[in-house]
Write a protein that binds this ligand. Structure first.
Ligand code: 7TS
Length: 404
């Protein structure tokens, strides 16, 4: 059992007030909060060894390089990648997906097929649509049901020898559904398709094992795993990363440059042109250590408690409907109140100190499926409490009274 009040002391922001009320932070699916150890790692870098990496003989540069590469190894171990150079530092999930989608534009041919799911965030839809426009490949969609679950029979029927790529999120950001990614990967591999798993929403809750999953690509953002913004990872199997061309040209991604011909650096540097987010990468490693010290089983246990309680209490409010009712879901409650616009509820909640996200959550196809403009989304982290959910529920009741 976690001592939540002690854990909350790790997060300085949780002590602040908003509109004169104690902050209740329920927008963790957009970005999680950052513990002091992660903030300290960033301050330490800029205070003590701020220097560019992989290019200086001087002490500061070497210290920064060592710390950055130590972070890569921590992340490799966390995701159980076979090699540290299979972990590419990026600016986040969106960047990671674009590296793969752009790379496949030199591999895919007209009439090849790629499969996406109905549950994706726009950043796992739009880059693939751009890829299809460029190559003439066809985009097919795994449909979903009313509970917000993917229809696996329909998925099997979509696959054929023309399928080259499947990209699905591990957990839906708008509904919280945990997708059966192991099954999705296994079936795709039977027809020789590669699979990219968007782990942006999964990584705060689950420790993924990319080798046991046999994922070809797995992507994530540090800022959703208690780390800083502007940094993330692309995990790719070595064979795939060697096949894909570099995404950007520039410094530190080359072996040799002449005006006649340039040869590219080995992995991971081939995909890491230019000066990266050095403090971010180092702090990402610290965030991973922090999450592992809390323990993913403990995180899941606390979040399940919060999810069960919030679901039960919110459903007691008349006219409130929850979207995303799979049994297999994480700590996200997406809801609407009959006759009330989600934006109006969100605005009143903010006045009461409660931070939620409202709107389509960058997942418009899901909103179209339910024929709604958007939802109010409360997303919980292990540092949230039952008392905070009581604040949310009474704030929603108040908003309902004011608006209907
Ligand atoms: N994929 C999923 C499943 C996401 O939830 C998000 C961000 C992204 C990709 C993009 O991540 P980024 O770090 O590159 O921006 N999701 C959300 C959200 O649900 N609310 O704000 C951002």
């Amino acid at each position: 059992m976690l001592d939540i009040s002690k854990i909350r002391d790790d997060f300085p922001i949780l002590k602040r007030t908003v509109n004169g009320k104690p902050l209740v932070y329920f927008d963790n699916a957009a970005t999680s909060q950052t513990p002091q150890v992660v903030i300290d790692a960033i301050v330490d870098y800029y205070s003590n060894y701020n220097a560019n990496i992989h290019r200086g003989v001087h002490t500061l540069s070497q210290e920064a390089t060592d710390k950055y590469e130590e972070a890569r190894i921590k992340i490799q171990k966390h995701f159980n990648a076979n090699q540290s150079y299979e972990i590419i530092f990026t600016s986040g999930t969106t960047h990671s997906i674009n590296i793969v989608a752009t790379g496949f534009s030199s591999i895919l041919k007209k009439d090849d097929e790629v499969i996406v799911s109905a549950l994706e965030h726009h950043s796992n839809i739009v880059p693939w649509q751009m890829l299809c426009e460029k190559t003439g490949a066809k985009l097919k969609v795994i449909p979903m049901n009313e509970d917000g679950e993917l229809l696996m029979d329909a998925y099997e029927k979509l696959l054929s020898n023309n399928t080259k790529l499947v990209f699905v999120n591990h957990i839906s950001n708008a509904l919280g559904t945990i997708n059966p990614i192991q099954q999705i990967i296994n079936i795709a591999h039977k027809v020789g398709a590669a699979v990219l798993i968007d782990g942006a929403q999964a990584c705060p809750h689950i420790k993924p094992d990319v080798q046991s999953l046999n994922a070809d690509f797995y992507v994530a953002s540090a800022h959703k795993i208690y780390g800083p913004t502007g940094v993330g990872i692309l995990y790719g199997k070595e064979e795939w990363l060697n096949k894909l061309p570099p995404y950007q040209g520039g410094g530190e991604m080359i072996k040799e440059v002449t005006f006649e011909k340039t040869t590219y650096a080995d992995l991971p540097h081939k995909f890491e042109a230019g000066t990266p987010n050095i403090s971010g990468g180092i702090a990402f490693g610290v965030a991973i250590d922090y999450a592992n010290a809390i323990g993913f089983e403990n995180i899941q246990e606390q979040e399940q408690k919060l999810l069960d309680y919030a679901t039960e209490k919110l459903l007691e409010i008349e006219g409130l409907k929850i979207y995303g009712t799979s049994k297999n879901k994480t700590s996200v409650v997406s809801f609407n109140i009959e006759g009330v616009h989600p934006y109006d509820i969100g605005t009143i909640l903010d006045k009461l100190g409660v931070a939620v996200r409202t709107g389509h959550h960058c997942a418009q196809p899901i909103m179209d499926f339910y024929k709604i403009p958007g939802t109010v989304r409360a997303s919980f982290a292990f540092y949230n409490t039952i008392e905070e959910i009581d604040v949310l529920v009474s704030a929603v009741e108040k908003a309902k009274m004011m608006l209907s």
